[in-house]
Design a protein around this ligand. Structure first.
Ligand SMILES: [Cu+2]
Length: 360
């Protein structure tokens, strides 16, 4: 299926030109960002083709779990590697995919929990045994006590907020157009897109839904998966119930990037704040992770008054410590001649304030 490109501001521009609704001195609001919607429904092959086009639009490669934040590429979650101890239970950890398996996605729900299920949710109620199929066998995902899940993006494995270029989900058993949608919010919480899945067709019943923007601007997505939560008495509209029950399989999204102002600075600059070290170059924070060439320097610059120091932890390599400084404009510079990995912390705040320098 060909992606549909939306240019939502064009209609308003045309209207303004025809009717002169606005005086010339009025500053128009910024146009909503352009995005490309990817949508497909049907069997595995149809949906996989659309998903591949979505991956290509994100660009780059699949970045493996637990690898450091990357400048490009994507992350994926298919639920299948989730340990047995947190499968088929109603309290799947919301932080699992940025702490246990670092992929930059924090989950939450207005419901009572999250569930990764290996029985296609027959473990919730036997009546669902034939309802849902797995796109990537065999585990599926759903909120508990709600049909909504939120995903907040972080730099992979870090606490720093991240922005993704696009996000998509493979849904199982969308029977009703409009029951299932993804809303995209920017870093200010402004909703910049809302797209709906089309109803599935055929025996396998998969729907893919995703959007790719021109640049990384999505801080959060809200997923509405069907009309209702699953429960022990759930019946889908396809078997005489009143609600369209829908669950989720694969999540695919662009590698989360630093927010503007939290990265993009020169190589080797580290911001010292209260209480964090943050790479001015890539936005990583606690730990601030910077890579420089042998012979290059790191300069730490205080961005506010506050007592901190640069203390080498000697793991595995050691460099010279600073004294404790407290001025808003204090700086400290070290030149690294030998390749290695140099971890450090604040001598005042210890492990609450950390960084790492990779010298190549
Ligand atoms: Cu400190």
């Amino acid at each position: 299926m060909k992606p549909t490109v939306y240019l939502p501001f064009l209609g308003l521009v045309a209207l303004t030109a025809c009717n002169n609704l606005y005086s010339p001195s009025t500053t128009p609001p910024p146009p909503p960002p352009n995005f490309t919607t990817f949508r497909a429904e049907g069997d595995v092959i149809t949906v996989a083709n659309n998903l591949d086009a979505f991956r290509a639009a994100l660009g780059g490669v699949l970045n493996a779990p637990n690898t450091a934040p990357a400048a490009s590429g994507r992350r994926e979650i298919n639920w299948d590697g989730v340990p047995a101890a947190v499968t088929n239970v109603d309290n799947f950890p919301a932080t699992f995919f940025n702490v246990n398996s670092k992929r930059g996605a924090l989950l939450s729900t207005p419901g009572t929990g999250l569930r990764v299920d290996s029985t296609a949710f027959a473990s919730v109620t036997a009546g669902l045994a034939d309802q849902f199929k797995a796109f990537s066998p065999q585990k599926l995902f759903m909120a508990v006590g709600s049909n909504q899940v939120e995903v907040d993006f972080k730099l992979a494995g870090e606490t720093t907020n991240g922005l993704t270029k696009g996000f998509g989900v493979v849904f199982s058993d969308v029977d009703r157009a409009g029951s299932t949608r993804i809303e995209y919010l920017d870093a200010n919480g402004v909703r910049i897109a809302s797209i709906e899945a089309t109803a599935q067709s055929g025996a396998q019943g998969f729907s893919f839904l995703g959007a790719v923007f021109d640049s990384p601007i999505v801080a959060r997505v809200l997923i509405t998966s069907g009309d209702a939560a699953l429960s022990a008495t759930s019946t889908d509209v396809s078997t005489g119930g009143t609600n369209d029950l829908v669950v989720m399989d694969d999540f695919v999204y662009g590698e989360p990037q630093p927010l503007p102002g939290q990265g993009g600075g020169p190589v080797g600059q580290v911001t010292v704040g209260n209480i964090f070290f943050r790479s001015a170059h890539n936005g990583s924070q606690n730990p601030a992770v910077d890579t420089i060439a042998a012979g290059g320097s790191i300069t730490w610059a205080w961005n506010a008054a506050g007592s901190h120091s640069i203390q080498s932890t000697g793991v595995p390599d050691i460099f010279r410590n600073s004294v404790v400084m407290a001025g808003a404009n204090d700086t400290y510079t070290v030149t690294f001649r030998n390749p290695g990995t140099y971890s450090y912390q604040c001598g005042v705040h210890g492990s609450a304030m950390t960084g790492r320098i990779v010298v190549q």
